[in-house]
Write a protein that binds this ligand. Structure first.
Ligand code: NAD
Length: 360
């Protein structure tokens, strides 16, 4: 029996609809395993702009930092698209990741056997995919200085800078090797060492860290080749470790192998407080229709239990519950196929919460 304080950020768009389902499942876990989850509601992104006129108020950061984990919905939407960059919801998202010091984004891409047909790739290519993309989150080109739009000799230029410090690379690569040790002991580091100096630097450090993990079979891939191999033969990957921008792109690609963006969770860890959220955005096109798939948010709850609160058995219970409900043939519209039973967002949450009771 344990007690935890969890910051809950419902967010924008479908965020509140699916976070409610995640909390429903967590309530069932708390009851079954005799834990107490105390929630603190916080606001980041569009909802924070509406309330506080800024996407990441310091008061919200302070509250989050006093919690054991941050359970995060999604941010953004057309309502805030025309604001200046520093006022946009996505600035709040980048800001909170930075404020937490969460330098590692873990993005699993796993294909559920029941959903092999949901992928646009052939079933024999996707069946059995189980990849973990480990993306560096607080460095690289998204944060490097100088950046901006400048005028030089009467000509305007846009500029971003890819910067990595040695310690930033070492800590993410080490974490990726540790995760590989807990999995199938295979690691691929992705870079662009043929043209970028910062990538060659990254590669040299990977080779050095690898000395401490003789049991892990590792290789390097250039990002263009990695993008190709991911659709050609994705099963050969286990852990992929890469920098911020390459990880951003490759993890979306990896997620699409699985068929639905509504199924996949992510964790941002390594900092003061871990953040756990779906990989998808706020899906403005389906807000309020009751058709959003809550599974990514529910899987985020499982990741929060595993990586944030160290409750492995409880996390596994959620994963088994999701499996069971899919095996029973229930589907939200985004993952429907012939012979399956259509349910809405709330019904899917109810089914998984009930299944937690059945598999625990
Ligand atoms: P999106 O992920 O919100 O939606 C892409 C497509 O996937 C849409 O058709 C949507 O309906 C569908 N989809 C997403 N989640 C779903 C779910 N759970 N169930 C069923 N279908 C789902 O991406 P977008 O449309 O490019 O972005 C919308 C907004 O979200 C933008 O403002 C963007 O900046 C923001 N965004 C936020 C995050 C985040 O909060 N981490 C991530 C990506 C995008």
């Amino acid at each position: 029996m344990a007690e935890f304080k969890i910051a809950v950020m419902e967010g924008d768009g479908i965020g509140p609809e699916i976070v409610a389902e995640g909390l429903k499942v967590l309530a069932e876990i708390a009851a079954k395993f005799n834990h107490t989850f105390n929630y603190e509601k916080v606001y980041v992104g569009g909802c924070a702009i509406d309330m506080f006129d800024e996407p990441l108020p310091q008061s919200q950061v302070d509250t989050i930092l006093k919690c054991d984990a941050l359970f995060f919905g999604s941010v953004g939407g057309p309502k805030w698209d025309n604001l200046p960059q520093e006022k946009k919801p996505e600035t709040g998202l980048l800001g909170i990741r930075k404020a937490l010091g969460a330098f590692a984004n873990l993005r699993p891409a796993k294909v559920f056997d029941e959903l092999v047909n949901a992928s646009t790739l052939k079933p024999e290519v996707v069946k059995g995919i189980d990849i973990l993309v480990v993306r560096e989150l607080t460095g690289g080109i998204y944060f490097g200085q100088p950046k901006g739009v400048f005028e030089e000799n009467g000509k305007k230029k846009g500029l971003n800078t890819m910067v990595y410090y040695e310690d930033e690379i070492r800590r993410i690569v080490k974490l990726a090797f540790e995760l590989a040790m807990q999995r199938r002991k295979k690691l691929t580091s992705v870079d662009k060492a043929n043209v970028l100096d910062v990538s060659q630097f990254w590669r040299d450090i990977v080779n050095d860290v690898a000395q401490d993990y003789p049991d892990v079979e590792y290789n390097h891939l250039l990002v263009d080749n990695a993008a190709m191999q991911l659709v050609r033969d994705p099963k050969k990957f286990d852990v992929i470790v890469t920098g911020n921008i390459f990880g951003d792109i490759l993890s979306d690609e990896a997620s699409m192998l699985t068929g639905s963006i509504g199924m996949l969770a992510s964790s941002s860890v390594g900092g003061k407080v871990g953040m756990f959220e779906p990989i998808h955005g706020s899906a403005p096109d389906i807000v309020g229709l009751g058709i959003a798939n809550p599974i990514a948010q529910i899987e985020s709850a499982a990741m929060m239990l595993k990586y944030g609160l160290k409750l492995d058995k409880e996390a596994e219970t959620i994963e088994k519950a999701v499996d069971l409900v899919l095996k029973m043939g229930y589907r939200t519209p985004d993952i429907m196929s012939d012979g399956t039973k259509k349910v809405n967002t709330t019904q899917m949450g109810d089914l998984i919460a009930k299944a937690v009771g059945d598999v625990a």
